[in-house]
Design a protein around this ligand. Structure first.
Ligand code: ADP
Length: 481
C-alpha cells in the first residue's frame, strides 16, 4: 500500500517539536507493515542542503506566487518529496516565525501550497506514485483533505492527525480567494471558521478519518475544557476519531548505544547510569553526589508544559535536597524564572536555555526522574524517552502522559508494574506531592530500581503504533472499495 504523508517538519531534516519526530519515525516502522510512505515537506534551506542529489518529480509555473519544483530523494531511509519554492520557503531562521518573532505574514499561502501539492500528488501528479491514502499532519497540511474533497476526480482516502489542537491555522477571510477552492468551500461544512478560514478545522470536517496521538487526548478534545473551540465538531465526528499513541525511535533513543552519554548501559547494568548523573551535575554546575534526587526537564518553555508549576514547587523540593537540570527554550518569562532559580540555588538548579539534542540525551541518561507537568499533552515524547532511559517520569495525568506512565501507587507497586508518578489536577500542590513521593522512592533503593527497570522494559517503540496506523489505512481503503 502507498501512502503520502504531508507535514511541515520531519526529523532529522528539520524539527521544532515532537511532530517532526513522529513524521520522521513512522514511515520506517510502517515499512515492516508493507506500507510504502513518501513524505512531502517544504524545502527550507536546511532541507535543501540535504537533498542535493534530488530528481525533479513535478514542476509548477506558479505555486502561490512563484515557480516551484518537487524534488524527490531518499535521506536517512526516508523517501522524501520536497517542495522547492524559494518565494515561500527559502528563508533563514525559524520555519514558522520571522525575525520579529511573529508568524511569517504569508504562512497562510506557505502551508496552503504544501497542502495543494499534497492533494495534487494524491490525485496522481507523480506518475509512479499513486497513494491510496493521503495522511496530513497538523494544520499546516490539513487543507490537503479539503482540496481532495472538492476535487471532482477519483481521490485517495484522507486522514488528518492532530499533534496539538492548540495550533489551528486560523486566518482572515481575505486569504480564501487565493486558495483555489470553489466558493462552496466557504461554508460551515468546509473551510469557514469563526468568520475566517480554518485550516485544521477544514481538515477535521472533511477528512475520512481523524487521529490524534493518544487515546486519552482523543477523548479530552471532545470536551470544552480541552477542545479549543473544536470540541463540538470533533464530537460530531466521534465515530472516525482514533487515538493512536506515538512511539519513539528506539535506535536514536537507546541507552545501550547512545554516543551522547558518557556511559552507556542497559537494564542489566543500570548501576552504571550513575556516571551520567555525575557528568550531568558537572555540566550544569550542580553539586556532585549520587544521593540528591536529580530531576530533569527537556521541554519547550510554554504555558502548556506547566513549568510555572515546577518553579513554584521548587522551594520545598530543594529543601528536601533535590536538584534540577533543565534544558528548554521558549517564553522569556519562564526563562527568567528558571534563571533566577539557578542563581538563588547555586549547585541545586542548573539550566541551559536553547535547543541541544546531545544534552537532551544526557539528561535522560543522567537524571533520576524526568518531570512533565503539562496542563495538556497530546502524547508527549520526553516521558517515553525517560521510561526507556530508566528515569521514572513524574507527569500530570492528562493526554498521553496518562496513557504511558503507571503511577507507583500501592496496587501498582505490589503488582510490580509501576513506572513513575502521576498527579492530578496539574497544580503546584499536586506536583509538590508527586516530587515528595519521588524523593521517598529514592530513599528505598530496591523499590527505586524496580520502578526504573519496569520503565526500561516497557515497549515504547513504533512497532505497536505502526501496526495500528497500517490497520487504519487498510480499513479506510476497504470501506472505499
Ligand atoms: P512538543 O512537541 O509539545 O514540544 P513532545 O514531548 O511531544 O513535546 O516532543 C518534544 C521533543 O523535542 C522531544 O523529542 C524532546 O526531547 C525535544 N526537545 C524539546 N525541547 C528541547 C530542547 N530544548 N533541546 C533538545 N530537544 C528538545
Amino acid at each position: 500500500m502507498k501512502v503520502l504523508s504531508v507535514a511541515s517538519e520531519v526529523f532529522p531534516l528539520i524539527k521544532t517539536g515532537g511532530l517532526a519526530d513522529v513524521v520522521g519515525a513512522l514511515p520506517l516502522a510502517l515499512r515492516a507493515q508493507d506500507v510504502d510512505v513518501r513524505t512531502l515537506l517544504p524545502a527550507y534551506p536546511a532541507v535543501k542542503e540535504k537533498i542535493a542529489e534530488a530528481t525533479v518529480a513535478l514542476a509548477y509555473d506558479d505555486l502561490f506566487g512563484g515557480p516551484a519544483r518537487v524534488l524527490a530523494d531518499r535521506v536517512d531511509g526516508l523517501d522524501l518529496l520536497a517542495i522547492d519554492a524559494p518565494h515561500l520557503y527559502d528563508r533563514p531562521g525559524n520555519i514558522y516565525l520571522g525575525p520579529d518573532g511573529l508568524d511569517w505574514p504569508d504562512n497562510a499561502q506557505r502551508f496552503a501550497a504544501l497542502a495543494r501539492v499534497g492533494a495534487d500528488i494524491g490525485l496522481g501528479a507523480i506518475a509512479d506514485f499513486n497513494p491510496a491514502v493521503v495522511h496530513a499532519h497538523d494544520w499546516q497540511a490539513a487543507l490537503a483533505p479539503a482540496y481532495l474533497h472538492f476535487s471532482d476526480r477519483p481521490r485517495p482516502r484522507t486522514i488528518v492527525t492532530i499533534h496539538n489542537l492548540a495550533f489551528q491555522g486560523h486566518f482572515p477571510l481575505s486569504v480564501f480567494g487565493a486558495l483555489g477552492l470553489p466558493d462552496s468551500a466557504l461554508s460551515l461544512d468546509g473551510v469557514e471558521y469563526f468568520g475566517g478560514v480554518g485550516y485544521l478545522k477544514a481538515g477535521l470536517r472533511l477528512a475520512d478519518a481523524i487521529t490524534t496521538v493518544s487515546p486519552t487526548y482523543a477523548r479530552e478534545i471532545m470536551t470544552p475544557e480541552f477542545g479549543m473551540a473544536l470540541d463540538g465538531l470533533l464530537r460530531s465526528r466521534a465515530p472516525v476519531v482514533h487515538g493512536i499513541l506515538n512511539g519513539i525511535d528506539d535506535k536514536v533513543w537507546n541507552p545501550a548505544t547512545d554516543s551522547a552519554l558518557v556511559q552507556t548501559y542497559n537494564a542489566l547494568r543500570i548501576d552504571m547510569r550513575a556516571r551520567n548523573k555525575t557528568a550531568l551535575q558537572n555540566k550544569l554546575s550542580l553539586r556532585p553526589g549520587l544521593d540528591p534526587p536529580l530531576v530533569g526537564v527537556v521541554s519547550r518553555l510554554s504555558d502548556q508544559k506547566g513549568l510555572d508549576l515546577l518553579l513554584h514547587a521548587l522551594p520545598s523540593f530543594i529543601a528536601r535536597g533535590g536538584q534540577l537540570a533543565l534544558l528548554g527554550s521558549g517564553e522569556p518569562s519562564l526563562q527568567e524564572g528558571f534563571a533566577a532559580a539557578a542563581s538563588a540555588w547555586r549547585g541545586a538548579v542548573g539550566c541551559v536555555f536553547g535547543y541541544d539534542e546531545k544534552l537532551a540525551h544526557l539528561i535522560q541518561g543522567g537524571a533520576d526522574f524526568v518531570v512533565v507537568p503539562s496542563r495538556f499533552e497530546p502524547c508527549g515524547l520526553t516521558q517515553l524517552c525517560a521510561l526507556r532511559y530508566g528515569a521514572p517520569p513524574i507527569v500530570s495525568r492528562v493526554g498521553g502522559l496518562a496513557d504511558t506512565v503507571i503511577d507507583a501507587n500501592e496496587a501498582a507497586c505490589s503488582a510490580g508494574v509501576a513506572t513513575g508518578f502521576q498527579f492530578s489536577p496539574p497544580s503546584v500542590e499536586g506536583l509538590s506531592y508527586a516530587l515528595e513521593r519521588a524523593v521517598d522512592l529514592m530513599g528505598n533503593p530496591s523499590a527505586m530500581r524496580r520502578v526504573r527497570l519496569n520503565g526500561m522494559r516497557a515497549d515504547v517503540s513504533w512497532r505497536g503504533p505502526a501496526e495500528r496506523y497500517a490497520a487504519l489505512y487498510r480499513s479506510l481503503v476497504k470501506t472505499a472499495a
